[in-house]
Design a protein around this ligand. Structure first.
Ligand SMILES: Nc1ncnc2c1ncn2[C@@H]1O[C@H](COP(=O)(O)OP(=O)(O)OP(=O)(O)O)[C@@H](O)[C@H]1O
Ligand SMILES: [Mg+2]
Length: 267
Protein backbone atom coordinates (compact mmCIF):
# COMPACT_ATOMS: atom_id res chain seq x y z
CA UNK A 1 0.00 0.00 0.00
CA UNK A 2 1.46 3.40 -0.86
CA UNK A 3 0.89 6.52 1.18
CA UNK A 4 2.27 9.78 2.48
CA UNK A 5 6.06 9.74 2.74
CA UNK A 6 7.11 10.62 6.28
CA UNK A 7 10.34 12.10 7.57
CA UNK A 8 12.80 9.22 7.75
CA UNK A 9 11.30 7.53 4.69
CA UNK A 10 8.49 5.56 6.40
CA UNK A 11 5.07 5.48 4.78
CA UNK A 12 1.78 6.46 6.37
CA UNK A 13 -1.14 4.35 5.12
CA UNK A 14 -2.84 6.08 2.19
CA UNK A 15 -5.69 8.35 3.26
CA UNK A 16 -7.39 10.94 1.06
CA UNK A 17 -8.89 13.72 3.23
CA UNK A 18 -12.54 14.58 2.70
CA UNK A 19 -12.42 17.91 4.47
CA UNK A 20 -10.51 19.43 7.38
CA UNK A 21 -10.36 16.23 9.46
CA UNK A 22 -6.54 16.02 9.34
CA UNK A 23 -6.23 19.57 10.70
CA UNK A 24 -8.72 18.84 13.48
CA UNK A 25 -6.92 15.64 14.42
CA UNK A 26 -3.58 17.47 14.51
CA UNK A 27 -5.03 20.30 16.61
CA UNK A 28 -6.59 17.80 19.02
CA UNK A 29 -3.26 16.00 19.34
CA UNK A 30 -1.29 19.21 19.84
CA UNK A 31 -3.67 20.44 22.51
CA UNK A 32 -4.03 17.05 24.26
CA UNK A 33 -7.75 16.83 23.57
CA UNK A 34 -9.68 13.62 22.90
CA UNK A 35 -11.42 13.13 19.57
CA UNK A 36 -14.65 11.35 18.63
CA UNK A 37 -15.24 10.15 15.06
CA UNK A 38 -18.85 9.62 14.08
CA UNK A 39 -19.94 7.97 10.89
CA UNK A 40 -21.28 4.94 9.05
CA UNK A 41 -19.41 1.67 8.66
CA UNK A 42 -16.63 1.41 6.09
CA UNK A 43 -16.21 5.13 5.39
CA UNK A 44 -12.54 5.43 6.36
CA UNK A 45 -12.41 6.08 10.12
CA UNK A 46 -9.92 3.34 10.96
CA UNK A 47 -7.75 4.18 7.97
CA UNK A 48 -7.80 7.84 9.00
CA UNK A 49 -6.59 7.08 12.53
CA UNK A 50 -3.81 4.79 11.25
CA UNK A 51 -2.75 7.49 8.81
CA UNK A 52 -2.69 10.25 11.42
CA UNK A 53 -0.86 8.13 14.02
CA UNK A 54 1.86 7.46 11.45
CA UNK A 55 2.03 11.10 10.41
CA UNK A 56 2.32 12.24 14.02
CA UNK A 57 4.86 9.52 14.76
CA UNK A 58 2.90 7.97 17.63
CA UNK A 59 2.32 4.25 18.28
CA UNK A 60 -1.33 3.22 17.90
CA UNK A 61 -3.25 0.83 20.16
CA UNK A 62 -6.64 -0.08 18.72
CA UNK A 63 -9.38 -1.74 20.73
CA UNK A 64 -12.49 -3.09 19.00
CA UNK A 65 -15.16 -2.57 21.65
CA UNK A 66 -17.93 -5.14 22.14
CA UNK A 67 -20.73 -5.56 24.64
CA UNK A 68 -18.61 -7.65 26.98
CA UNK A 69 -15.64 -5.28 27.03
CA UNK A 70 -15.04 -4.05 30.58
CA UNK A 71 -12.83 -1.46 32.20
CA UNK A 72 -10.42 -4.24 33.29
CA UNK A 73 -9.94 -5.26 29.62
CA UNK A 74 -8.72 -1.72 28.93
CA UNK A 75 -6.75 -1.11 32.11
CA UNK A 76 -5.20 -4.49 32.82
CA UNK A 77 -5.38 -7.29 35.35
CA UNK A 78 -3.35 -9.58 37.59
CA UNK A 79 -2.49 -12.82 35.82
CA UNK A 80 -0.97 -16.00 37.14
CA UNK A 81 2.44 -16.58 35.56
CA UNK A 82 4.69 -19.43 36.70
CA UNK A 83 3.04 -19.57 40.13
CA UNK A 84 3.24 -15.82 40.65
CA UNK A 85 0.62 -13.17 40.14
CA UNK A 86 1.89 -10.38 37.92
CA UNK A 87 0.17 -7.22 36.81
CA UNK A 88 -0.31 -6.95 33.02
CA UNK A 89 -1.21 -3.58 31.53
CA UNK A 90 -4.20 -3.40 29.19
CA UNK A 91 -4.04 -1.43 25.93
CA UNK A 92 -5.30 1.82 27.45
CA UNK A 93 -2.75 1.74 30.26
CA UNK A 94 0.05 0.97 27.81
CA UNK A 95 -0.95 3.96 25.69
CA UNK A 96 -1.16 6.24 28.75
CA UNK A 97 2.31 5.17 29.93
CA UNK A 98 4.07 5.43 26.58
CA UNK A 99 2.30 8.49 25.16
CA UNK A 100 0.59 6.57 22.37
CA UNK A 101 -2.71 7.01 20.59
CA UNK A 102 -5.45 4.73 21.91
CA UNK A 103 -8.31 4.15 19.47
CA UNK A 104 -11.55 2.76 20.89
CA UNK A 105 -13.53 1.55 17.92
CA UNK A 106 -17.34 1.39 18.42
CA UNK A 107 -17.02 2.75 21.93
CA UNK A 108 -20.79 2.70 22.63
CA UNK A 109 -20.70 -1.08 22.54
CA UNK A 110 -18.51 -1.28 25.65
CA UNK A 111 -19.86 -1.87 29.16
CA UNK A 112 -20.89 1.08 31.30
CA UNK A 113 -17.87 0.92 33.62
CA UNK A 114 -15.67 1.93 30.66
CA UNK A 115 -17.13 5.46 30.67
CA UNK A 116 -16.09 5.84 34.32
CA UNK A 117 -12.49 5.11 33.36
CA UNK A 118 -12.54 7.48 30.41
CA UNK A 119 -13.84 10.51 32.29
CA UNK A 120 -10.71 11.49 34.29
CA UNK A 121 -8.60 10.76 31.21
CA UNK A 122 -10.64 12.94 28.90
CA UNK A 123 -10.83 16.12 30.93
CA UNK A 124 -7.98 18.36 31.93
CA UNK A 125 -6.79 15.95 34.63
CA UNK A 126 -5.57 13.40 32.07
CA UNK A 127 -5.17 10.74 34.72
CA UNK A 128 -5.88 7.03 34.80
CA UNK A 129 -6.55 5.69 38.30
CA UNK A 130 -5.80 1.98 38.55
CA UNK A 131 -7.76 0.79 41.54
CA UNK A 132 -6.28 -2.71 41.59
CA UNK A 133 -2.68 -1.51 41.99
CA UNK A 134 -3.38 1.78 43.73
CA UNK A 135 -1.51 3.66 40.99
CA UNK A 136 -2.70 6.91 39.52
CA UNK A 137 -1.05 7.43 36.15
CA UNK A 138 -0.71 10.83 34.52
CA UNK A 139 -0.91 10.50 30.75
CA UNK A 140 2.52 10.83 29.14
CA UNK A 141 2.98 13.59 26.55
CA UNK A 142 1.72 12.35 23.20
CA UNK A 143 -1.10 10.30 24.69
CA UNK A 144 -4.35 10.82 22.81
CA UNK A 145 -7.69 9.10 23.09
CA UNK A 146 -9.67 8.64 19.89
CA UNK A 147 -13.07 6.94 19.88
CA UNK A 148 -15.48 6.15 17.09
CA UNK A 149 -19.07 5.14 16.78
CA UNK A 150 -21.79 4.78 14.20
CA UNK A 151 -24.77 6.85 15.34
CA UNK A 152 -26.97 5.08 12.76
CA UNK A 153 -27.59 1.52 13.69
CA UNK A 154 -27.46 1.35 17.47
CA UNK A 155 -30.72 1.57 19.29
CA UNK A 156 -31.43 4.67 21.28
CA UNK A 157 -30.13 3.14 24.52
CA UNK A 158 -26.73 2.64 22.98
CA UNK A 159 -25.68 6.17 22.52
CA UNK A 160 -23.10 8.13 24.45
CA UNK A 161 -24.19 10.04 27.52
CA UNK A 162 -23.78 13.83 27.19
CA UNK A 163 -21.26 13.77 30.05
CA UNK A 164 -19.06 11.46 27.96
CA UNK A 165 -19.76 12.96 24.55
CA UNK A 166 -19.02 16.48 25.74
CA UNK A 167 -15.48 15.56 26.69
CA UNK A 168 -14.49 14.98 23.06
CA UNK A 169 -13.90 17.12 20.01
CA UNK A 170 -16.00 15.54 17.25
CA UNK A 171 -15.70 14.99 13.55
CA UNK A 172 -18.49 13.59 11.43
CA UNK A 173 -17.62 11.23 8.58
CA UNK A 174 -19.97 10.62 5.68
CA UNK A 175 -19.58 8.61 2.51
CA UNK A 176 -17.09 10.48 0.34
CA UNK A 177 -18.27 12.60 -2.54
CA UNK A 178 -17.74 10.90 -5.95
CA UNK A 179 -14.71 13.08 -6.75
CA UNK A 180 -13.09 11.67 -3.59
CA UNK A 181 -14.45 8.16 -3.68
CA UNK A 182 -13.37 7.45 -7.28
CA UNK A 183 -9.63 8.05 -6.71
CA UNK A 184 -9.78 6.23 -3.34
CA UNK A 185 -11.40 3.11 -4.83
CA UNK A 186 -9.15 3.19 -7.91
CA UNK A 187 -6.04 3.40 -5.76
CA UNK A 188 -7.15 0.73 -3.31
CA UNK A 189 -8.25 -1.75 -5.97
CA UNK A 190 -6.06 -1.01 -8.98
CA UNK A 191 -9.16 -0.78 -11.21
CA UNK A 192 -9.25 2.02 -13.82
CA UNK A 193 -11.22 5.17 -12.92
CA UNK A 194 -13.76 4.65 -15.73
CA UNK A 195 -15.02 1.40 -14.34
CA UNK A 196 -14.69 2.68 -10.77
CA UNK A 197 -16.93 5.65 -11.55
CA UNK A 198 -19.69 3.29 -12.60
CA UNK A 199 -19.44 1.50 -9.24
CA UNK A 200 -19.42 4.81 -7.39
CA UNK A 201 -22.49 5.98 -9.30
CA UNK A 202 -24.25 2.77 -8.34
CA UNK A 203 -23.16 3.20 -4.71
CA UNK A 204 -24.74 6.67 -4.74
CA UNK A 205 -28.05 5.19 -5.91
CA UNK A 206 -27.94 2.44 -3.28
CA UNK A 207 -27.20 4.98 -0.55
CA UNK A 208 -30.28 6.90 -1.63
CA UNK A 209 -32.35 3.86 -0.55
CA UNK A 210 -31.20 4.00 3.06
CA UNK A 211 -34.14 4.15 5.41
CA UNK A 212 -36.57 2.78 2.79
CA UNK A 213 -35.33 -0.66 1.84
CA UNK A 214 -31.92 -0.59 3.45
CA UNK A 215 -30.71 -0.13 6.99
CA UNK A 216 -27.30 1.24 5.90
CA UNK A 217 -25.99 2.51 2.58
CA UNK A 218 -23.23 0.59 0.80
CA UNK A 219 -19.82 1.41 2.33
CA UNK A 220 -16.70 2.57 0.53
CA UNK A 221 -15.16 -0.67 1.82
CA UNK A 222 -17.67 -2.70 -0.22
CA UNK A 223 -17.08 -0.57 -3.32
CA UNK A 224 -13.36 -1.32 -2.91
CA UNK A 225 -14.21 -5.05 -2.65
CA UNK A 226 -16.27 -4.94 -5.87
CA UNK A 227 -13.54 -3.06 -7.71
CA UNK A 228 -10.91 -5.52 -6.47
CA UNK A 229 -12.92 -8.47 -7.78
CA UNK A 230 -13.37 -6.78 -11.17
CA UNK A 231 -9.69 -5.87 -11.34
CA UNK A 232 -8.99 -9.56 -10.71
CA UNK A 233 -11.07 -10.54 -13.74
CA UNK A 234 -14.56 -11.20 -12.38
CA UNK A 235 -17.43 -10.00 -14.54
CA UNK A 236 -19.17 -6.84 -13.43
CA UNK A 237 -22.56 -8.24 -12.44
CA UNK A 238 -21.17 -11.07 -10.35
CA UNK A 239 -18.75 -8.79 -8.56
CA UNK A 240 -21.46 -6.22 -7.83
CA UNK A 241 -23.85 -8.88 -6.58
CA UNK A 242 -21.28 -10.43 -4.23
CA UNK A 243 -19.74 -7.21 -2.94
CA UNK A 244 -22.41 -4.52 -3.15
CA UNK A 245 -25.81 -6.26 -3.01
CA UNK A 246 -25.67 -9.48 -0.98
CA UNK A 247 -23.97 -7.85 2.03
CA UNK A 248 -26.68 -5.18 2.29
CA UNK A 249 -29.74 -7.26 3.06
CA UNK A 250 -30.99 -10.79 3.70
CA UNK A 251 -34.38 -10.04 2.15
CA UNK A 252 -34.66 -11.77 -1.23
CA UNK A 253 -37.23 -9.35 -2.68
CA UNK A 254 -35.12 -6.35 -1.76
CA UNK A 255 -32.05 -7.96 -3.34
CA UNK A 256 -33.93 -8.58 -6.54
CA UNK A 257 -35.03 -4.93 -6.62
CA UNK A 258 -31.44 -3.85 -6.08
CA UNK A 259 -30.19 -6.05 -8.92
CA UNK A 260 -32.79 -4.41 -11.20
CA UNK A 261 -31.26 -1.09 -10.19
CA UNK A 262 -27.80 -2.45 -11.09
CA UNK A 263 -29.00 -3.37 -14.56
CA UNK A 264 -30.53 0.10 -14.96
CA UNK A 265 -27.27 1.79 -13.97
CA UNK A 266 -24.73 -0.63 -15.50
CA UNK A 267 -26.74 -1.69 -18.52
N1 LIG B 1 -10.53 8.74 2.56
C1 LIG B 1 -10.02 7.51 2.32
N2 LIG B 1 -8.74 7.34 1.94
C2 LIG B 1 -8.26 6.12 1.71
N3 LIG B 1 -8.99 4.97 1.83
C3 LIG B 1 -10.26 5.08 2.20
C4 LIG B 1 -10.85 6.34 2.48
N4 LIG B 1 -12.13 6.14 2.82
C5 LIG B 1 -12.35 4.82 2.76
N5 LIG B 1 -11.24 4.16 2.38
C6 LIG B 1 -11.17 2.72 2.09
O1 LIG B 1 -12.29 2.13 2.72
C7 LIG B 1 -11.89 1.02 3.52
C8 LIG B 1 -12.72 0.97 4.77
O2 LIG B 1 -12.36 2.03 5.63
P1 LIG B 1 -12.21 1.84 7.20
O3 LIG B 1 -11.88 0.43 7.54
O4 LIG B 1 -11.31 2.90 7.67
O5 LIG B 1 -13.72 2.12 7.64
P2 LIG B 1 -14.33 2.44 9.07
O6 LIG B 1 -15.01 3.75 8.95
O7 LIG B 1 -13.30 2.25 10.12
O8 LIG B 1 -15.44 1.31 9.18
P3 LIG B 1 -16.04 0.55 10.49
O9 LIG B 1 -16.94 1.53 11.17
O10 LIG B 1 -16.82 -0.58 9.87
O11 LIG B 1 -14.89 0.11 11.30
C9 LIG B 1 -10.40 1.22 3.78
O12 LIG B 1 -9.76 -0.03 3.90
C10 LIG B 1 -9.94 1.96 2.53
O13 LIG B 1 -9.69 1.01 1.51
MG1 LIG C 1 -13.12 0.81 11.64
Amino acid sequence: MDGTLLIGGAQAPFYLPQGDECDIFTAAFTNSLPLLLKGPTGCGKTRFVAHMAARLGRPLHTVACHDDLSAADLIGRYLLKGGETVWVDGPLTRAVREGAICYLDEVVEARKDVAVVLHPLTDDRRILPIDRTGEELSAAPGFMLVASYNPGYQNILKTLKPSTRQRFLSVEFTFPRPEHEIPVVARESGLDEDRVSLLVRLAGKLRGLKGQDLEEGVSTRLVVYAATLIAGGMDLNRAIRAAMIEPLTDDADTRKGLMDLVVAVAG
